[in-house]
Design a protein around this ligand. Structure first.
Ligand code: BES
Ligand code: MN
Ligand code: ZN
Length: 504
């Protein structure tokens, strides 16, 4: 039967563009090509105790204000002043502390500060002098932060805010050197925005088939996209994902998006794509928790966003993304607590709790990725457990792996892009937690919720070097902060893209 909501899906296609109306236009210039108008704002990055390096700060009035406000350029300190004496409307000073100590993450955060400033400001044009930053890529990291913080998802607001058409001109040392890094950063941001859009869309709009349609839209970028329907999954014996999806009239899908632009063996990424998690018969009864489950496909969204980011920059890599999509619902056809399902790997699983559904869909997704693609490494990413939120909160993602190289790579990549991971234990000591009286495995552990879930997943990974990233708590931001605005964060896109691009 055709899904009655299919029409709506088509309208929703091309999601990524809808959040971007407020996006400032970013351009590059060098110090000698500048032309300011009195309506413009000038932003200076000011290193600590080096105010004398900026000719604008020699102006007597500016000097007085700076002294009065005790602005010395300490990292994180800001000072905004009216600046007609400089030929600008306003001057915004951003303290950077010691510029030699600034990391990529720090610079992206500075950009986010500028993005937050733009959102409140009516400035049409903002010139940001980034020449104090030595690295040609640094202005791109800054621009990335500006854009990430400028993202809006307001397609359901009928009183849409007018487009401010803001322009950001980055003054750099060498346009050519910075341009490449800027294009790359903007490609990555497009991937982040796709992931955010997918998370922000309500479950009525994003369900397995409509998510699959968003993946199919990447074909125009040269991505190979394949969608496995129930019949195809049945044939492969994917009893675990089929069990999760069978309670919904919106059927499950396994979506494969393959960006193949290198002869190397592929890297695989597997995402949990529960388009809504009611808990099933083990119903989520807390109102504040259940409403957040529109974000339970954030892992799959991060995978698709990563594939888009890589395709847009035509990265010379071979990466396959597998998205295990299902809606976890209650109905007369839904799986019941105690049911036993057979996964594609052959392992049988007793469903002791229908709310531990993510690991079920991932079991078949991991198996498929490893059997079909024989990846040289495999990462899964999932809003998997509340226990992870209890252990680490919502800044760090949980990292579980017995492959030290992958652990180190992901930790380093996370620090760089400020999507940090923190390792939690995973080893055979958790096997006892997941024993079932009737089947090979139970889908619930007894105590260590996050680690036992990771151990469960490990049973489906064979000998493939693999890591599991639990992003429960990371997928949704409660407030505007740093590079995030309230709602979907797109967490994982920058992490997985960085990891991919730095693979040996
Ligand atoms: N999607 C949830 C996990 C989750 C919780 C994500 C909070 C984001 C924020 C997952 O499917 C779930 O319900 N896990 C259960 C597992 C339990 C029944 C073994 C949990 O963590 O409570
Ligand atoms: Mn659940
Ligand atoms: Zn879930």
């Amino acid at each position: 039967m055709k899904n009655p909501r299919w029409k709506l899906t088509l309208i929703a296609l091309g999601l990524a563009s809808c959040g971007l109306q407020a996006m400032p236009q970013i351009s590059l210039s060098t110090a000698d090509t500048q032309t300011a108008t009195t309506k413009d704002t000038l932003v200076l990055l000011v290193a600590e105790n080096s105010l004398q390096h900026h000719p604008q700060l020699n102006d007597v009035t500016v000097q007085k204000i700076v002294q009065q406000e005790k602005f010395t350029g300490k990292n994180g300190k800001k000072l905004e002043i009216l600046a007609p004496m400089l030929g600008y409307s306003r001057l915004l000073l951003l303290g950077t502390g010691d510029t030699t100590k600034l990391t990529q993450a720090d610079i992206t955060e500075l950009g986010a500060d500028i993005g937050a400033y733009l959102a409140k400001s009516n400035a049409e044009k903002v010139r940001v002098d980034t020449t104090v930053l030595k690295d040609a890529s640094a202005s791109a990291w800054l621009a990335q932060g500006v854009e990430l913080r400028s993202y809006r998802f307001d397609k359901y607001k009928t009183k849409a805010k007018e487009d401010k058409n803001q322009q950001v001109e980055l003054v750099v040392r060498d346009i050519n050197a910075s341009q490449k890094a800027l294009s790359q950063a903007q490609a990555i941001n497009q991937g982040v925005f796709l992931a955010r859009d997918l998370v922000n869309e309500p479950a009525a709009e994003i369900y397995p088939e409509s998510f699959a349609a968003e993946a199919l839209a990447l074909k125009k970028l040269g991505v190979k996209v394949e969608v496995l329907d129930e019949a195809a999954m049945e044939k492969l014996g994917m009893g675990a994902i089929l069990a999760v999806g069978k309670g919904s009239k919106r059927p499950p899908r396994m979506v494969i998006a393959h960006w193949q632009n290198s002869k190397q063996a592929p890297l695989a990424m597997v995402g949990k794509g529960i388009t809504f998690d009611t808990g099933g018969y083990n119903l989520k009864t807390d109102a504040a928790s259940i409403v957040r489950m529109t974000s339970d496909m954030a892992g799959a969204a991060a995978v698709l966003g990563t594939i888009k980011a890589l395709a847009l920059q035509k990265a010379e890599v071979n990466v396959v993304g597998v998205m295990a999509l299902a809606e976890n619902m209650i109905s007369d056809r839904a799986m019941l607590p105690g049911d036993i399902v057979k996964s594609a790997s052959g392992l049988t699983i007793q469903v002791n709790n229908t709310d531990a559904e993510g690991r079920l869909v991932l079991a078949d997704g991991l198996w498929y990725a490893r059997e079909k693609y024989k990846p040289r490494a495999m990462i899964d990413i999932a809003t998997l457990t509340g226990a992870k939120v209890g252990a680490l909160g919502s800044y760090y993602a949980g990292l579980f792996s017995e492959h030290e190289a992958v652990v180190q790579q992901l930790t380093a990549a996370g620090e760089k892009v400020e999507e940090e991971v923190w390792r939690l234990p995973l080893n055979s000591k958790f096997a006892d937690e997941m024993k079932s009286d009737l089947a090979d495995l139970s889908n619930t552990g007894k105590t260590a919720g996050a680690s036992s879930a990771a151990w469960f997943l490990q049973q489906f990974t064979g000998n493939t070097p693999w890591a599991h990233i639990d992003i429960a708590g990371n997928a949704l931001a409660n407030s505007d902060k740093g590079v995030h605005v309230t709602g979907g964060t797109g967490f994982g896109v920058r992490l997985l893209t960085e990891w991919t691009l730095t693979q040996p």
